[in-house]
Every structure is written in C-alpha cells, then in structure tokens.
Design a protein around this ligand. Sequence first.
Ligand code: PLP
Length: 413
Amino acid sequence: MARLNDNYLKLKAGYLFPEISRRVNAFCEASPEGKARLIRCGIGDVTEPLPPVAIAALRGAAEELGSRATFRGYGPEQGYPFLREAIAHGDYQARGVEVHASEIFVSDGSKCDCGNILDILGPDNRTAIPDPVYPVYADTNVMAGRTGAMTDSGACEGLFYLEGNAANGFVPPPPAGEKLDVAYLCFPNNPTGAVATRAQLQAWVDYALANDTLLLFDAAYEAYVQDPALPRSIYEIPGARGCAIEFRSFSKNGGFTGVRCAFTVVPAGLTAAAADGSRVPLHGLWGRRMSTKFNGVSYVVQRAAEALYTEAGRAQTAALVRHYMDNAAILRQALGQAGLTVFGGENAPYVWASTPGGVPSWDFFDRMLREANVVITPGAGFGRAGEGWFRVSAFNSRENVLEVAKRIAELRP
Ligand code: PLP
C-alpha cells in the first residue's frame, strides 16, 4: 500500500490564489458585463514585456545551441560562472557588500528555493514566520511535516508568528524573551510593501547572532526600494554573513516570472548545528542538495539574466521598476483619498490598505469584484494579521491602473 504524505492533508483546502480564481471564475460566469470590465490587481505577476537586452540574449544563446561548436548540454548545477560573477559584482560588490560568486546558487525561482531550503534544515527547529506574509513559507513547512495541524484561520500549530500591524508599521521586531532557531523575513514585504530600516534589520541580525538563529531573508522585491537609506540586502547589515541566507529573483526586476531565474546566497562561513552539536557549513549542504535534486537553469535563461547586468540592461530594468512604482503611487493616492489607511507602495510594488469600516477582507474582495469589477487580494489570505486589510498589486498597465483608481473613487461609501 502506497502511503501518501499526510502533511499535505493539513493544508487549508484553497491556497490563496486558487481560491481567488474560483471566485473570479464564478463571477465571470454569472456576469458577462462584469467579465468584460474585469481588471486583475490580485496576483503579483508582471505585465510588461521583457527588457530588449533579455530578448537579444535569449536569441543569441539559442543560436549558440544550434551549432555543434557552441552547443551546451548540462550546465553546472550552481549556475554558470558568467552569471554568478555578474550577480556577485552587480548586486553586491559594486554596492560595497561582501558576497562572492562561489556563494551564489542560481535556480529556477525563489518560490522553489524558499521551499527547498527545508531539505537542509532539521525537523525540530523552532521556526518563525511573519504574519502577514507570502504564504509559501508556512505551506512548505506544513508539507515538510514541520508543523502540527492548520487551524481554520490558517495558523499552523508549531510555528511562531511574528505579527505585523499598523502600530509596528508591518515590520515585526525580534520577539523579546523567545528563542527561535529559524526566522523567515521578507523585505520589501509581500503583501504589505513594508521595508525594514537598517536599524530594524540590525536588531534582527543582533538577535540572530545572540540566539543562534538562522535568518531566511527573502529579497524578491529589493529592486523596488527607492529610498537609498533603506537596505536592499541583509548582507548590508554587519554580522549578517554569520546568520543569514538570502533569496533573490529576476521575476520582479527583469519581468522573468515566466522565464524563471533566481538565486540564493549562502555565505561560506554560515553554519548550523548537527545532531552531535558540531557546526557544519550550510554552503556545502545546499550545494549537495542542488547538485542532487536540480540540474541547473537553462543556458539561454542564464544568458538573459546576465544581460540584465549590462549598462543597457540596468537602464531597462530601472525603467520597468519605474513603470510599476508610478502605478503604485497612483494606487496609493486613490486608496488614501478613499479614506483608507494605506501602507506600502513607496518602496514596493504592493499597496496595502485597510478595508472600509474594517469589514472582513474576503467580503471586501467580493464587493470590489461585484461593484468595481476589480480583483484585489484579501489580506486574510496572507495570515491572520492580514484580516481587515487588502493588497492591490501595481503590476499592471498604466491604463488599467488609472481605471482602477477611477473605480476606487466611484465606490459607494
Ligand atoms: N518571494 C516572494 C516574497 C514573492 O512574492 C514571490 C512571488 O510572488 C516569490 C518569492 C517567487 O519568486 P519566483 O518567481 O522567483 O519564484
């Protein structure tokens, strides 16, 4: 008898986005007029075409594969040196941050990396997850059997929640008097758009070093940080190389959500404890994991990612980010003028707003769908602390964003 992984049965039936699709599809079937007017600001997927440098690099690399002299088969599992060097230099060393090419592991997505990292971590870690946050951290811990049951509200027994709220600006501090083994952090945050200041991140690094906590820092949206005083990498914080892994992605800066390319940084000296108490470098374990369960990102895609680091590539990705950030400013203003409390949208492509009168976020989702024909993301889908809030994604065309702003202004009070 084949037994299944019972941990999957603990998951809430609908992951957030399938449940949104279910409701949107039901609405579209019931209302053809509503369907025709529908604007999706729900899923955080990019809408604008790839930068021209990436297209040219994809074409050039595809041509290379068409000739015996330049054909390439399996590449190095950790990524081609040309891309790892470009990342180490462009994202870190040029900004005065110490990260070496050998510490970079290229992958096909941060979603996979955030989940796969559990392969090299023990089953009994006391793990903290921000609330609200990208649901993948909690769900992958459930799947890997690192939690107890999931309650109706979506909380998992066995996980420690770091509550973000209006009072702390959605940047939860390290918990006083609590000892954590692993803590996920996500800045700029999905869904709130909050970004930790240097002092706030330093507090986390100090806590991690004092408590032997491993920080899993998800910087998928770092390119959206506009304020030069705000950190874009955990490694800008002294001490972070001794306590943090960083996840980054080309999905949101280069528009690679469909192309698929990301990377994880595991500093050479970063260790965790083995069962016998000895300290073992995580770099070697992650390398072993990747070379056993992964065969690398395609050559053409890595060439496209490399192209983003050229001068033209930088200008083109900056223009993409500018486009979405201008959208975010329009949405922020519209939601603020509607009398809602608004966070995010200044250093992140997400605007986070309170529901009118504090109504439950799924009720407001349904109302926006029915009355404005706009798809938003209910805050409750990102954790209990997201209840009473909703996320609007700035990943859209300008035309759609202006129309959404107009419809928000027209909503009945
Ligand atoms: N991390 C966060 C916080 C995200 O919001 C997302 C995607 O929305 C990802 C990671 C996934 O990135 P990728 O497309 O590289 O898998």
